[in-house]
Design a protein around this ligand. Structure first.
Ligand SMILES: [Zn+2]
Length: 312
């Protein structure tokens, strides 16, 4: 049985699946440079060994799903650094490094490679809004490169606009691979909306789930959101869809300077993170990992401490 089919049947059976943790923040923590223009994407060609090693460390810690470091390698982002012409090559390199890490570290157990695209705007400036057609063209190029590189599924991360979500889901679905969609959410006057540091526009979780309903999304996530918001986000998400849901939160405490590099991390132990994650599983979260600020030790804690399955 293909690894992806086995994952789908485990999800159907209610099993809890462990995903990896932060990659860009992990480069930062290891004292390696992170680009202020294209975040972790530059490391693919400037420090490929470090990226492969981070993937390996997550697999060794128990991650059953590894996300490629292609979060910030869409053409619209790479163009800012004068690398637009190398988009396909750089994305395929990201997939290759994840596959090499799997070959080296998985030792026989199935590990899924999830190809990442995101709603990341150039220089993390959310006022840069593409047209639907421009976004679709961009996501099509990324989806095709990820699929040709050999990912098992496509995960679209840090979405704060349904415009990007619809375009990305449509483009990803065209590859025939399973599509996972991850929203970042914030609270505003007691309600949850898509957004990063504050709500972006007035788009609710329900609105965002319905916006991609025609794409046949296989799983939804609340991700790159604060630890506190993730639980109510998941509960709301559970009301909006019947497909598996999951969570991976960031542990950013505040921003020290210019985005996106200079973030301060909460002093959150692996056990502390596990405490939040147990709550997410109680709220129906089935695919659980970590986002910015989490480390292989946080993932190891999830692997050993989370229940094997969600309650029916
Ligand atoms: Zn993150």
């Amino acid at each position: 049985m293909r690894a992806i089919d086995s994952l789908q049947s485990r999800l159907k059976a209610g099993e809890v699946i462990i995903m990896d943790g932060g990659t860009g923040s992990e480069l930062h923590r290891r004292g390696l440079p992170v680009s202020d223009k294209i975040w972790s994407g530059e490391a693919l060609f400037s420090q490929p060994d470090a990226i492969r090693e981070i993937h390996e460390d997550y697999i060794k810690a128990g991650a059953e799903i590894v996300i490629t470091n292609t979060f910030s390698t869409g053409r619209h982002i790479l163009e800012v650094a004068g690398l637009g012409d190398r988009t396909v090559e750089i994305i395929k390199l990201g997939v290759k490094l994840a596959r090499e890490a799997r070959d080296k570290a998985a030792t026989g157990k199935p590990v899924i490679i999830a190809g990442s695209m995101s709603g990341y705007s150039p220089l993390l400036d959310p006022t840069v809004t593409p047209s639907y057609e421009a976004a679709l063209t961009d996501y099509r190029e990324q989806s095709k490169a990820l699929a040709e590189g050999g990912v098992d599924l496509i995960v679209v991360e840090m979405l704060i606009r349904t415009l990007d979500a619809r375009a990305a889901a449509e483009a990803a679905a065209e590859t025939g691979l399973p599509v996972w969609i991850g929203y970042s959410v914030v609270e505003d006057k007691g309600k949850l909306y898509l957004g990063l540091r504050r709500k972006h526009i007035n788009e609710s979780i329900r609105y965002a789930v319905e916006a991609v309903s025609s794409a046949g999304v296989s799983a939804f996530f609340i991700m790159h959101s604060s630890l506190e918001i993730t639980a109510p986000g998941l509960r709301e998400l559970r009301q909006c869809t019947d497909v598996p849901i999951g969570a991976y939160a960031h542990t950013i405490s505040h921003y020290l300077g210019p985005l996106p590099r200079d973030m301060a991390w909460r002093d959150l132990s692996p056990e502390g993170y596990l405490g939040y994650a147990r709550g997410w599983v109680r709220d129906g979260g089935q695919i659980i990992g970590g986002c910015c600020g989490t480390t292989p030790e946080h993932i190891r804690a999830l692997k050993t401490g989370l229940p094997d399955r969600i309650e029916a």
